[in-house]
Design a protein around this ligand. Structure first.
Ligand SMILES: *[C@@H]1O[C@H](CO)[C@@H](O)[C@H](O)[C@H]1NC(C)=O
Ligand SMILES: *[C@@H]1O[C@H](CO)[C@@H](O)[C@H](O)[C@H]1NC(C)=O
Ligand SMILES: *[C@@H]1O[C@H](CO)[C@@H](O)[C@H](O)[C@H]1NC(C)=O
Length: 248
């Protein structure tokens, strides 16, 4: 569920790897990509391609906002509305960027012991400083966001929520100042709702820095960034080969 420039290629990498896992440890897993509208030149042609891809795979949700970095908060709230409407029967959802490596088994293992309500986890940032540097991708001027630190928030590259939260977050969002940094915005909503975020005690499960491939390590982690789509595909295939994951 990334910005539009992350392409068909990234979605195909997901579809052929962790996104192909539909039943894991007896649990039903579904995958969807959320897209906005393509912008700029060539948008008609791009839209045609999206429709084709959608007919082929039936896993694309498209909403009517312009898909851009500065619209990621809109994208996240569209995801929340979609989850609240169509996923009442599911217990958890994960929002993850399409260039991430995900180990679905590890994810479900963690969730089997997780609370089923008021639960959000991932890489929880605590006391992150607000960027006042106008050249930064994450710049927020003081008049838009006066506090010097953000409330705790789960980094947007991959977080998991219990499915009672979408409705609560949608309600909370009405009372929170809109900032375009989507994960910070959800953090503000959680702050408003007075619901604490859950950090994993095992800090090796969610990874911001790409973890070098190691069969044992990858069999345990939940998510990590990767250097390339090719790595994402190769690591997944290697991990799925038969045989023990860790040396005794
Ligand atoms: C966000 O989406 C809206 C609705 O499509 C659009 O009008 C606006 O220009 C977009 N903003 C950015 C910064 O892309
Ligand atoms: C949820 O489960 C109920 C009862 O099993 C079923 O009737 C309903 O269609 C399901 N809803 C969705 C959105 O899957
Ligand atoms: C979660 O873990 C990260 C990484 O170790 C740390 O920076 C952060 O402060 C932790 N957050 C909580 C809520 O303990």
């Amino acid at each position: 569920m990334d910005t539009f420039c992350v392409t068909r290629e990234a979605r195909d990498a997901v579809r052929t790897t962790w996104g192909s896992e539909k039943m894991v440890m007896d649990k039903v897993v579904s995958l969807f990509f959320l897209l906005g509208q393509p912008g700029h030149e060539g948008r008609e042609e791009m839209q045609q391609k999206i429709l084709q891809e959608s007919e082929e795979h039936h896993d694309i949700i498209q909403s009517d906002f312009l898909d851009s970095y500065k619209n990621l908060t809109i994208k996240t709230m569209v995801i929340m509305e979609w989850l609240a409407t169509y996923c009442q029967n599911a217990t958890y959802a994960m929002k993850i960027d399409s260039d991430m490596f995900l180990n679905v088994n590890s994810l479900i293992n963690m969730l089997l012991q997780a609370p089923r309500k008021n639960f959000i986890t991932g890489l929880v940032a605590i006391g992150a400083a607000v960027s006042r540097d106008p050249s930064s991708k994450w710049y927020l001027p003081k008049d838009v966001f006066p506090a010097d630190f953000y409330p705790p928030y789960a980094l947007g590259l991959g977080y998991v929520i219990s499915l009672d939260l979408p409705n609560k977050l949608i309600e909370g969002a009405k009372h929170v100042k809109a900032v375009y940094i989507e994960d910070v915005f959800l953090g503000l909503c959680m702050w408003y709702l007075r619901i604490p975020l859950t950090n994993q005690t095992d800090q090796s499960l969610f990874n911001y820095f790409t973890v070098p491939y190691n069969r044992c390590r990858y069999s345990k982690l939940i998510a990590t960034t990767t250097h390339s789509l090719q790595d994402q595909v190769n690591f997944w295939k290697e991990l799925k080969k038969p045989g023990p994951h860790c040396q005794p």
